[in-house]
Design a protein around this ligand. Sequence first.
Ligand code: ZN
Length: 234
Amino acid sequence: MSSDSKKLNETSPSSAAEAVMETHRSLGAAAALHLAPIREVRNPAEADEMEPLVRGMLEVLGEEPEREGLERTPHRVAKAMRFLTSGYAADLSEIVNGAVFDSEGYQEMVLVKEIEFYSLCEHHLLPFFGKACVAYLPGKKIIGLSKIPRLLDIFARRLQVQERMTQQLAASLEEILQPRGVAVAVTGFHLCMAMRGVEKQASQTTTTAFTGLFQGDRDLRKEFLSLIRDGGRS
Ligand code: ZN
């Protein structure tokens, strides 16, 4: 028996509600995970103060920002960075609005596999990208399946570490659905590792977050992991 399930069995023998409470404690307060928008939506009509900074960086790199190929680069970089970090201004409740439904008694695992994501590592501002698999055990509510990739985008489009992004995705589903449990597994390929020549260039990083019943029930975790491993042919 893992320490997780032991801990849960001691504190909450069978109640799903108590298991969820345990989850909230173990994931930390939603505020600490930045589930709420942390920047206002920027008016795209205004000149972007990022552009002169990019121009300055080009100069420091020894380039000539005025040459033809680079002339519009500060504008393009600023625009790209704004898009790649648009998750800071995204509002969770706005995105799921109208897509949370009564589960009508459906109790089995809901699994969405291999959701693509692209993010930027906060240490080097270089991309990391890969796939996420998300499962939850409904309580009274279910969510429109197309919203799960959108939730992931909220957190991927920020400066990130994969560990936090994984937790944020789990915590956001907890907050929206109050399910009996959430499982998230993310596999990412980090260009800051690959491009900067750290030994294992092709290595991938996997992170997981389990809440509620997934935390306490080892068989359930195993079921989730086998479903995402073998393409659901179990
Ligand atoms: Zn990095």
